[in-house]
Write a protein that binds this ligand. Structure first.
Ligand code: PGA
Length: 247
């Protein structure tokens, strides 16, 4: 299997001591492992990053560069605390905080300015899927987020269909998207990238996210269109996450 990018998205879970224990017990992996931690954990995790087993990501960044924005954290501050990556436009931020594509676009520009790699999350919701509007939704989100960006090669895309993210699934039996759904969406996103940024954009990494776990990860990673995964729930238990990164 080619080297994958596997991101733990802890969301608003764990404590600093649990996070440090997690970092200590993280298995060695041939894959590129990234941990997206809450802001308050970042400084404590920074030292652990030096060991080289994983890289650090934030889960969000301010759309503003500096100034009177109470509660915001800037790209420059993330750089200072050792972040190499940052999630942007996660569906929980779009849904609970009403983030728009133009705000996401500003966040990406700020991250690029400070040489932090944005991990842009896009994905259709259940209603859009039912109406056959997946491609329309993905195109709007992708082009809105990448407007006036001439060099998108530092950006990683995470395709996360909202209906497959464990947070938004109503039934107790959480399910990832099917292989067919994943392949179709990834091909569509890659084609869009090439259409807008030229052939070189074919190399931009596209990850899948939505109920990735130790049972389905091998199958998902075997899809050649998939460059890795964004893992929520299954990144909270070290044994589960180790099983995923050791694939
Ligand atoms: P999940 O979350 O793996 O729990 O579905 C993925 C995400 O929200 O990034």
């Amino acid at each position: 299997m080619s080297k994958k990018i596997i991101i733990a998205n802890w969301k608003m879970n764990l404590s600093i001591s649990e996070a440090l224990r997690f970092a200590k017990n993280l298995a060695r992996s041939t894959n590129q492992v990234i941990v997206a931690a809450p802001f308050t954990f970042l400084a404590s995790l920074r030292d652990k990053v030096k060991r080289g087993d994983f890289r650090l990501a934030a889960q969000d960044v301010s759309e503003f560069e500096v100034g009177a924005y109470t509660g915001d954290v800037s790209a420059k501050m993330l750089k200072e605390v050792g972040c190499s990556y940052c999630l942007v436009g996660h569906s929980e931020r779009r849904i609970y905080h009403h983030e728009t594509d133009s705000q996401i676009n500003l966040k990406i520009k700020n991250l690029l300015k400070y040489k932090i790699k944005p991990i842009l999350c896009i994905g259709e919701n259940e209603e859009q899927k039912a109406r056959g509007q997946m491609s329309k939704a993905l195109k709007e989100q992708l082009l809105g987020a990448l407007a006036q960006i001439s060099d998108p090669f530092q950006i990683i895309i995470a395709y996360e269909p909202v209906w497959a993210i464990s947070t938004f699934q109503k039934s107790a039996k959480k399910k990832a998207a099917s292989e067919k759904d994943i392949v179709l969406a990834h091909l569509y996103i890659r084609n869009l990238l090439v259409q807008f940024f030229g052939k070189k954009a074919g190399g931009i990494k596209i990850l899948y996210g939505g109920t990735v776990n130790k049972k389905n990860s091998a199958e998902i990673f075997s899809l050649k269109q998939v460059d890795g995964a964004l893992v929520g729930n299954s990144s909270l238990k070290i044994s589960d996450f180790n099983a995923i990164i050791k694939q």
